[in-house]
Design a binder for this molecule. Structure first.
Ligand SMILES: NC(=O)c1ccc[n+]([C@@H]2O[C@H](COP(=O)([O-])OP(=O)(O)OC[C@H]3O[C@@H](n4cnc5c(N)ncnc54)[C@H](O)[C@@H]3O)[C@@H](O)[C@H]2O)c1
Length: 341
C-alpha cells in the first residue's frame, strides 16, 4: 500500500467469520494497537453493537468491506449472504444516518463535517458479458448468483440512503482481487496451495470463463483515492484492465510456482481437472474504469506477472498462516482471544 499520510485512527469492526483472520493484522496491531488501531469483534447486523461503535469512537468515515463474498458458498447457502450483505449493509447505513444527523434532524453535509460512507462492491452486480464490451458505471444491474444479487441489493440501499436521506456516500465496484492473505477458497490461493501439495487443480466447465484481475493493493489504493477525491453520490468502477481466461491464468500461475519451487510445470499441468460448471456461471466480466482513472487520477501500479509472483512468494513464505487455516487452529486462537461467535 502506498504511503497515504493518514494520521487518524482506524477502527476495524469484523465478526471474524471463517474468512476473517486476525493473524493477518498482527503487524498493524503491534505497531498501532491501542493508539491508532482498534479492533472490535462483532456483527454488522447487530444494531446495538454497531451504534455503540459509532458512539465509542465518534466515527466520521465508514469503509464498508464486510461481506459474505464467495459465490460457491452463496449457491450452497444463500441466507448468510442476504443477512450480512443486505441486512448488515442496511444496519450500518441506518446507524450512520442516525449518528450523523444534526440536532435539527438534518443530514450533515459531507463537505462541512467530513462524514462519508464508502461501500465496497463488485463488478458481478452487472451480470455477464459476451465476447466484447465492458461494464461502465451506468451499465444496468443484472446479477445472476445469490452473492451478486445480495451485493446488488446492498448497492441499491446505499444509493437510496443518499437520495432519500442525503447520506454522503460513495460506491465502488471492483473486479476480481488477488494477493496475500486471501482465504484459500478463491481461485488463485487455492491453486497455489494445491500445486504445493500436488493436489488436483479444479477448473470449472471448459476453463474459458473470463475475469478481470486486480492486485489487492491497487484496489486499496483506488479506495483511498475515492475517499480523498471521490464525489459524494457517485459510483466508480475499479479494475485491472487485465482479462484472463481461467485456464490461461492457471497455466501462467503454474509456470510461476514451478519456477519458484523448482517443481515440474508439466506435472502440475497434468493435475488440472475440469469439473462440472458452476450453476449460473457468468461467462465474462470486463470493467471500464476510465472514470476513476481520468476524474480521480488513479492508475493500476502492479502488473499481473508481478502481482502473481508476489502472491506466490507470500503463500510460500507464510506456511504457518496457511497451516493455521487448514488445521482449524486459527479458529481456536480466535475463540481464545475474542470469544466464541
Ligand atoms: N475478493 C474479491 O475478488 C472482491 C472483488 C470485488 C469486491 N469485493 C468485495 O470486497 C469486500 C471484501 O471481500 P473479501 O474478498 O476480502 O471477503 P472475505 O470473505 O475474504 O472477507 C470478508 C470479511 O468480512 C467479515 N465479515 C463477514 N460477515 C460479517 C458480519 N456479518 N459482520 C462483520 N464482519 C463480517 C469476515 O470476518 C471477513 O473478515 C466484500 O464486500 C466483497 O464483496 C471482493
Amino acid at each position: 500500500m502506498k504511503k497515504t499520510g493518514f494520521t487518524g485512527r482506524i477502527i476495524n469492526l469484523d465478526a471474524l467469520t471463517y474468512a476473517g483472520n486476525p493473524v493477518s493484522l498482527e503487524d498493524i496491531e503491534r505497531q498501532y494497537g491501542g493508539t491508532r488501531y482498534f479492533f472490535e469483534k462483532g456483527d454488522i447486523c447487530d444494531r446495538a453493537f454497531v451504534e455503540e461503535v459509532f458512539r465509542k469512537y465518534n466515527i466520521d468515515t465508514v469503509v464498508h468491506f464486510a461481506a459474505e463474498s464467495h459465490v460457491d458458498r452463496s449457491i450452497l447457502g444463500p441466507e448468510a449472504f442476504v443477512k450480512t450483505n443486505v441486512m448488515g449493509t442496511f444496519t450500518l447505513l441506518d446507524a450512520a444516518r442516525k449518528y450523523w444527523r444534526t440536532e435539527a434532524g438534518e443530514m450533515r453535509e459531507s463537505a462541512q463535517t467530513g462524514v462519508l460512507f464508502h461501500h465496497i462492491s463488485t463488478d458481478e452486480v452487472y451480470g455477464s458479458l459476451g465476447d466484447t464490451g465492458s461494464f461502465s458505471e451506468t451499465t444496468a444491474y443484472d446479477p445472476r448468483s445469490p452473492y451478486s444479487a445480495s451485493k446488488a441489493a446492498s448497492d441499491h440501499l446505499v444509493m437510496a440512503y443518499h437520495h432519500t436521506y442525503g447520506l454522503p456516500v460513495t460506491l465502488s465496484n471492483c473486479s476480481n482481487n488477488y494477493g496475500p492473505c486471501q482465504f484459500p477458497e478463491k481461485l488463485i490461493p487455492l491453486s497455489i496451495l494445491n500445486m504445493l501439495e500436488s493436489k488436483p487443480l479444479p477448473v470449472y466447465g471448459d476453463g474459458k470463463n473470463i475475469r478481470d484481475w486486480v492486485f489487492v493493493e491497487d484496489h486499496n489504493n483506488a479506495v483511498w483515492t475515492i475517499l480523498q477525491k471521490g464525489k459524494t453520490g457517485e459510483k466508480y468502477n475499479i479494475g485491472g484492465e487485465n482479462e484472463w481466461e481461467n485456464i490461461k491464468l492457471l497455466h501462467t500461475l503454474i509456470d510461476i510456482v514451478a519456477r519458484k519451487t523448482g517443481g515440474s510445470a508439466e506435472a502440475m499441468r497434468n493435475t488440472v481437472t475440469f469439473v462440472k460448471d458452476r450453476p449460473g456461471h457468468d461467462r465474462r466480466y470486463a470493467i471500464n474504469c476510465a472514470k476513476l482513472k481520468h476524474e480521480l487520477n488513479w492508475k493500476r501500479e502492479v502488473s499481473f506477472e508481478e502481482g502473481l509472483s508476489k502472491t506466490a512468494d507470500w503463500y510460500l513464505a507464510n506456511t504457518q498462516w496457511v497451516n493455521g487455516i487448514r488445521s482449524g487452529d486459527y479458529k481456536n486462537w480466535i475463540e481464545k482471544n475474542y470469544g466464541k461467535r
